[in-house]
Design a protein around this ligand. Structure first.
Ligand code: ADP
Ligand code: TRP
Length: 343
């Protein structure tokens, strides 16, 4: 087989596990929209098979899939420019995931910090799927020969594993560069948005306290309340970035503001240094409301027409299959497996 040159192709996925929060938005989805706007070939996937690695109520899952599709569209993803689809509609993902389960080593997966975090103390009772989750993620990316993956910083380790799987497969079967080595694209200002009540933890859908995060569909009053109650310290806003970085909660609020208005944290310090956070917080709430308000409104409008959302996803799945099925077919051939392709 001749050595492949891969063209730039961008792939990312988000789990349909409840409200998208500000961390998902600034760390991932806003970046997706930028990459789409730059005219790249882009695929964005609702990773519903990843969601079921922990138990999901089927009815809730179905509506969360539509909600996430509506969120993607409301944030600016356009099904004419990007392929928008759900993972379970394209069987290539699971087919390749099984193959990667046979390529990845137990030791590699044992090192994944997300598994340790999500499984908690009761590791023995976690699903096998939760453990094998990163092999499915590698399959999501490599089934499209994607070269770039926009994600939050927390996903860096999974991307490294994806590269290890690609390299091992290419070496084991002597197919140099058959699978590309995908690169993460990590947002510079908002690589990791932190929990509003505890600056040492990332903002997450799974935190029990809703006050710890801003959800994309929170209303104006709730946003203002959450920002007002966000943990800070007694000190005023510093002049120097080095001083800010020693104060995780303060740093987080400044980074959120900078990311929302597309400037650097240093620019924010220049404008607000010396002022107490009680002056800054209402400004932050204001920019949050002006960014998230219209998105939230659009999500609700889109959700009034679930059939149209389903249509977008169905059409996306057809486009996704066109790209992934020939790649799966080649992969089967490389492995010496029968060359039939499932529909
Ligand atoms: P969660 O981690 O909230 O369960 P997902 O796993 O579905 O959400 O993540 C979707 C995307 O959002 C990923 O690219 C992830 O890296 C990014 N992301 C999640 N939380 C944050 C955060 N606090 N800051 C920045 N990016 C984040
Ligand atoms: N693991 C990612 C997360 O928890 C979601 C994900 C699944 C993903 N498959 C992917 C991200 C492929 C990028 C590419 O956020």
């Amino acid at each position: 087989m001749k050595i492949k040159q891969h063209k730039k192709r961008i792939f990312s996925g988000v789990q349909p596990t409840g409200n998208i929060h500000l961390g998902n938005y600034l760390g991932a989805v806003k970046n997706f929209v930028k990459l789409q706007r730059l005219g790249n070939e882009t695929l964005f996937c609702i990773v519903d098979l990843h969601a079921i690695t922990v138990w999901q109520d089927p009815k809730v899952l179905q509506s969360s899939i539509r909600e996430l599709a509506a969120t993607f569209i409301a944030c600016g993803l356009d099904s004419k420019k990007s392929v928008l689809f759900s993972q379970s509609q394209v069987s290539s993902h699971v087919e390749l995931a099984w193959i990667f389960n046979c390529v990845a080593r137990m030791g590699w997966l044992n090192r994944m910090t997300q598994f340790k975090d999500k499984a908690g103390k009761n590791k023995e009772n976690a699903s096998v799927g939760l453990f094998a989750y990163p092999a499915l993620m590698a399959a999501d990316i490599l089934a499209y020969h994607a070269t770039h993956v926009p994600v939050g910083e927390d996903q860096k380790q999974h991307l490294e594993l994806t590269r290890d799987i690609a390299t091992k497969f290419n070496n084991d079967f002597q197919v140099p560069n058959f699978f590309p080595n995908p690169e993460p694209i990590i947002e510079q200002i908002a690589p990791r948005i932190m929990n509003l009540r505890d600056g040492s933890k990332k903002m997450s859908k799974s935190d029990t306290s809703d006050m710890s995060r801003i959800n994309i569909q929170d209303n104006k009053d709730l946003i203002a309340l959450k920002v007002r109650k966000a943990k800070t310290d007694q000190e005023p806003i510093p002049e120097d970035i080095v001083d800010l970085e020693k104060r995780p909660e303060a740093n987080n609020l400044i980074n959120i503001y900078a990311s929302l208005i597309d400037c650097t944290p240093k620019d924010v310090l220049t404008e607000y240094c010396g002022q107490p956070f009680s002056n800054f917080k209402p400004k932050l709430a204001e920019v949050l409301v002006s960014e998230l308000g219209p998105i939230s409104k659009k999500i609700n409008q889109l959700l009034e027409h679930p059939d149209e959302i389903d249509k977008v996803l169905n059409e996306g799945a057809i486009k996704a299959k066109k790209i992934s099925e020939p790649i799966i077919k080649d992969t089967y051939k490389i492995l010496g497996l029968s060359n039939n392709i499932s529909n």
